[in-house]
Design a protein around this ligand. Structure first.
Ligand code: SAH
Length: 341
């Protein structure tokens, strides 16, 4: 059954009108869910009993089951959640000084095959629906009794391989009558699906775009990220130039530093060259080790960063969150799921 959270307000209006209801009923349902945080139709007391019954017939509602919750020393919380069809996903809540940020999963598994990433160890089984992404936020907010202020679509999955659902998800959480999370507080991260970057440029929304780059030349990127065979670095640069021109937004390049693979200063110089002329900055990511991958954390992080700064590239080092609970980037994998199947 379809989740009520799959609907943006316009969709819900259409559907309720088709069921013979007045338009404002959709607004009321939205208010119960996104303002009053009510997660059952029975509690929507300003709706008639017959409408509540109709809603129950057509839509599923309610938070996901929290199968497990791990809390890290730094306050990061990793949730293992169970979807209504039984599948397991993870979502990670990070506490920053500027707010509470949720890392949302967009697919069950991932088919991009990046060599260093634990999230992709499980091949894609299916896309998540918009509502399944919305419900990750609702479930965490209900558990912590606090609002989520920022959203990063950086959990398992490639969001641009599930483009329509991810865009609908963004519209629902950004809508003033939805969770009203500001567009500038929402970031989508992609490994570089260039046709979708161009489409994203035309959405007319002020969300952020992050690119998982990880290598500054095609030879190395081909080895690390299979997507580079489809869209190489020139294609990516063209798409980003287009995106920046259309949106006037700055792009973030994510660059995981892998020991003796992409962390020498030669690569810092190539990266500076690649980024030149683009309104972009580099977010350096310390690698979180993934048992199966064979990669190691770089010892050259500070030097790499200094070289970028010397070359006038804006670069920051990403703070690690929850690495003691396998909750950091690329470590999202349902270790526990194995035990439960
Ligand atoms: N598929 C999208 C969304 C996932 S984002 C993308 O590729 O952007 C997850 C981020 O974490 C990406 O930048 C990814 O490259 C990074 N990451 C993956 N594995 C990691 C690891 N072991 N340590 C640190 N970062 C990792």
């Amino acid at each position: 059954m379809k989740l009520i959270y799959d609907d943006n307000q316009d969709m819900l209006i259409d559907e309720l009108v088709n069921l013979g209801e007045k338009k404002f009923r959709a607004t009321q349902v939205f208010e119960w869910i996104y303002r009053k945080h009510i997660y059952s139709f029975d509690e929507m007391t300003n709706l008639s009993l017959s409408l509540r019954e109709k809603l129950k017939e057509h839509y599923a509602i309610g938070c996901f089951k929290i199968v497990e919750k791990q809390v890290s020393k730094d306050g990061t919380i990793k949730y293992l959640l169970q979807l209504n069809d039984g599948g397991f996903i993870e979502a990670v809540l990070m506490i920053h000084d500027y707010g509470r940020s949720l890392c949302v999963t967009s697919q069950l598994g991932c088919s991009m095959g990046c060599k260093f990433c634990a999230s992709g160890l499980l091949k894609k089984q299916r896309n998540l629906s918009a509502g399944e992404m919305v419900n990750q936020i609702l479930t965490v907010m209900n558990d912590t009794k606090q609002a989520v202020s920022h959203v990063v679509v950086m959990g398992t999955g490639e969001p641009f391989d599930n483009y329509d659902q991810v865009m609908n998800f963004i519209r629902i959480i950004n809508h003033p009558k939805g969770l009203a999370i500001g567009a500038r507080h929402i970031t989508v991260s992609t490994c570089g699906l260039c046709d979708k970057i161009r489409q994203y440029a035309m959405e007319g929304i002020q969300t952020n775009l992050a690119i998982s780059l990880h290598a500054p030349n095609d030879d190395l990127r081909n080895q690390l990220m299979p997507i580079n065979h489809r869209y190489n670095l020139d294609d990516l640069r063209d798409a980003l130039t287009y995106y920046i021109e259309k949106t006037n937004r700055r792009v973030t390049f994510e660059y995981i530093l892998l020991k003796d693979v992409n962390d020498s200063l030669i690569y810092a110089r190539q990266l500076a060259h690649y980024i030149k002329g683009l309104n972009a900055y580099v977010n350096l990511i310390p690698y979180n080790s993934v048992d199966e991958s064979g990669f190691q954390k770089s010892q050259n992080i500070e030097a790499f960063k200094s070289e970028l700064l010397r070359l006038k590239v804006n670069a920051t080092l990403r703070k690690e969150h929850g690495s003691d609970i396998d909750g950091a980037c690329g470590q999202l994998r349902a270790k526990k799921v194995g035990d439960k199947q």
